[in-house]
Design a binder for this molecule. Structure first.
Ligand SMILES: *Cc1c(COP(=O)(O)O)cnc(C)c1O
Length: 344
């Protein structure tokens, strides 16, 4: 085997969903966009459906169509990007629920698929998706003829509980939805942790399910182990990898492992991460290549067959910090080349 192994702990995924669900008195959905944050939307969603999730969210109708094929009829599949031009057949045939973002989308939906369910996405300040107050005011009447399945908005700073934007968006969302007779949703993972004011009727966690911050109590879900292709002795003064950035200061044993930046092991992480043999940390040395990484295994006293990159200790957020990014990006960059294995 010369590809890295991505092991996904479905029991931990379920526990994370239950732990987030237990923090509220409302319904808890699951966000499985970007192929379930890189962990496999079909397996993730089927596992969560089994645990009791009845509502799922994806970014695009194409993702929704794949998810419907995996889940079968029943669970609600909601599409954040709404009813895009060209999506009508998919929305109809795969029974997707678009979160309508604009007057244009609303007209497209009621003309093409009259009577079919839709939700409404409002902009409460993030200025990314959703209707502005004026657009929404012009459209609210339509929703008296057909009740939206959901009225939702999204928080831009919920990972920072003290940020003034949270209360600001909460206020705007309450104003925009006052008197509307439809279920409401504002909170993703971060919003759940902000407390009951933010929960409304439905929450939409994503990253917390997969073991990432801001849900600090999350159980790790993903583990990455990388096979060793070759080990060699390196003399004092010899260098390893592109640009000769590492020079042996002692007689060294170097392992070359079968993963690199094409597998989402971001090149900038190199100087800041280790790989693990059991609980023993082995430093990454030299530049991370596209498909390979050099590792100093001198102190192990044996040649390992596999080394672990993503573990309970070196979590997605530790890797993210090492690369100057966020756990979301680490998870969703997990390469297609990984062999995925699911444990439960
Ligand atoms: C991605 C996303 C979520 C889930 O966010 P997490 O921070 O991963 O929990 C919820 N709602 C919307 C609109 C999103 O784009």
């Amino acid at each position: 085997m010369a590809t890295a192994l991505l092991t996904i702990d479905l029991a931990a995924l379920t526990q994370n969903w239950k732990a987030l669900d237990a923090k509220t008195n409302c319904e808890t959905a699951a966000v499985v966009k970007a192929d379930g944050y890189g962990l496999g939307a079909a397996r993730v969603a089927n596992t969560l459906a089994h645990a009791g999730v009845r509502k799922f969210f994806v970014a695009a109708a194409e993702e929704g169509a794949e998810l419907r094929a995996a889940l079968g009829p029943g669970p609600e599949i909601n599409v954040f990007s709404g009813h895009m031009s060209g999506d009508t057949d998919m929305i109809h045939d795969m029974e997707l629920t678009p979160m309508i973002n604009s007057i244009d989308q609303m007209l497209r939906h009621v003309e093409a698929l009259p009577g079919r369910p839709f939700g409404v996405q409002l902009d409460s300040g993030m200025n990314r998706l959703g209707m502005e107050p004026a657009e929404w005011a012009a459209l609210r009447d339509i929703t008296e003829q057909q009740t939206p399945t959901l009225i939702m908005s999204h928080l831009s700073c919920a990972d920072d509980p003290d940020h003034a934007m949270n209360t600001q968006q909460l206020k705007v969302f309450k104003e925009m939805t006052a008197g509307v007779n439809a279920p409401r949703s504002l909170a993703a993972t971060g919003g759940i942790l902000l407390g009951p004011d933010y929960h409304f009727d439905l929450t939409r966690p994503g990253v917390g399910l997969y073991g990432g911050l801001p849900f600090a109590q999350a159980q790790p879900v993903a583990r990455v182990s990388v096979p060793v292709i070759q080990c060699r002795d390196v003399e004092v003064g010899e260098t390893v990898g592109y640009s000769n950035t590492w020079t042996a200061q002692r007689p060294s044993r170097v392992a070359t492992i079968a993963g690199g930046y094409a597998d989402g092991i971001i090149r900038a992480m190199g100087p800041n991460i280790d790989v693990y043999f059991g609980s023993t940390a082995c430093p990454v040395i030299g530049r991370i290549s596209m498909d390979m990484i050099g590792v100093d295994v001198t102190d192990l006293g044996e040649d390992p067959k596999m080394l672990d990159l993503l573990t309970e200790d070196q979590t997605v957020d530790v890797l993210a910090e090492a690369a100057g990014t966020i756990g979301y990006e680490i998870l969703t960059n997990m390469g297609q080349r990984y062999t995925r294995r699911y444990s439960s």
